[in-house]
Design a protein around this ligand. Structure first.
Ligand SMILES: [Zn+2]
Length: 315
């Protein structure tokens, strides 16, 4: 890839979000901004339910260009899985597989017949699942060609497009969606679609995302939504999932002193229509927690910055 390319000239942020994807209210306030790969991106928070969204967001065309041309190279330095990437994914996946195993045990669920991993990447999750459930049928979806080939070579059943399963009328006992949901502009619509087409009745959904309040940068060009524990829960409840367990952890970056960089949720599908409505959250408190996430041992300093911001706002 040509490293000199200036992404700010290639990418267009032309999609303005007026309505909150979780609560449908139209009250956003600024939350933060960051320069990511030489492009300044802006985040706002819903002043009702606390959902943090990128606003404006990438046009569909820019988003396609970014994923096809730059995504893997910029993040991992290669279109094919690197050794570092494999190691990171393996640490993360071990934890996910253990958490699923415990959740099924605690909730008296039987061994899953089939598991689907959406965004299966290096196949690490499916390989770790194999150790717990050697007889479970494993499937994956991965659009990246280099990654898909890598998985096929180690004997995993990976497809390019999830629709292949719909055509075969295949549904799964467990679906894992790891580090995918923050890339989706309308997460509730996405989860409802996955649930209705691919998850069995009473099926289990696993979703892992960066924890915006746990010391994870989270603001990235291809992250239209940044989740907190509360807003991830809202998203799952709105998509009609129940018995939600959320585990905060920092697996994949074990050397990190921060202990809550990721949110791993495990929940059960319900057949009930979701009547859930998100409750009001305090946007300023969420701002404070975001800062505190980075400065874990320096609470007072974070408080001072927030009080200063509030004084400027109301003076
Ligand atoms: Zn909202």
């Amino acid at each position: 890839m040509n490293k000199i390319i200036d992404l700010s000239e290639v990418l267009n942020f032309t999609v303005t979000i007026n309505t909150c994807p979780n609560c449908s209210k139209k009250v956003f306030i600024p939350f933060g901004s960051r320069v990511h790969f030489n492009v300044r991106i802006y985040y706002q928070i819903c002043n009702f339910c606390g959902l943090i969204i990128q606003n404006p967001q990438l046009s569909e065309q820019s988003s396609n260009i970014f994923y096809q041309k730059y995504y893997r190279e910029l993040y991992n330095g290669s279109r094919n899985p690197t050794k570092e990437e494999q190691e990171r994914q393996d640490i993360r996946s071990k934890n996910q597989a253990n958490c699923l195993f415990n959740y099924l045990k605690v909730n008296n669920k039987s061994t899953p017949i089939s598991i689907l991993d959406i965004g299966s990447s290096t196949g690490a999750f499916l390989l770790n699942i194999k150790e717990h459930f050697p007889n479970t049928e494993l499937f994956g979806v991965e659009p990246g060609e280099g990654y898909r080939e890598y998985c096929s070579n180690i004997g995993l059943n990976i497809v390019t497009d999830i629709k292949e399963f719909q055509e075969k009328n295949l549904k799964f006992d467990v679906i894992n969606i790891s580090h995918v949901l923050e890339h989706i502009s309308e997460p509730v619509d996405f989860l409802k679609d996955i649930k209705s087409k691919y998850l069995k009745k009473d099926g289990i959904l696993m979703v892992e995302v960066p924890n915006t309040l746990g010391g994870h940068g989270a603001f990235e060009i291809v992250h239209p939504v940044c989740f907190t524990e509360d807003t991830l829960k809202d998203t799952l409840l709105l998509s009609a999932f129940e018995d939600i367990e959320i585990i905060k952890h920092s697996f994949s970056k074990e050397k990190s002193k921060l202990k809550e960089m990721y949110l791993l949720s495990i929940s059960k599908s319900t057949n009930n229509v979701a009547f859930f409505k998100p409750t009001k959250k305090n946007a300023w408190l969420i701002k404070f927690k975001r800062r505190r996430g980075f400065e874990n041992e320096n609470y007072l300093n974070s408080l001072k910055i927030i009080i200063k911001e509030l004084m400027i706002k109301y003076s």
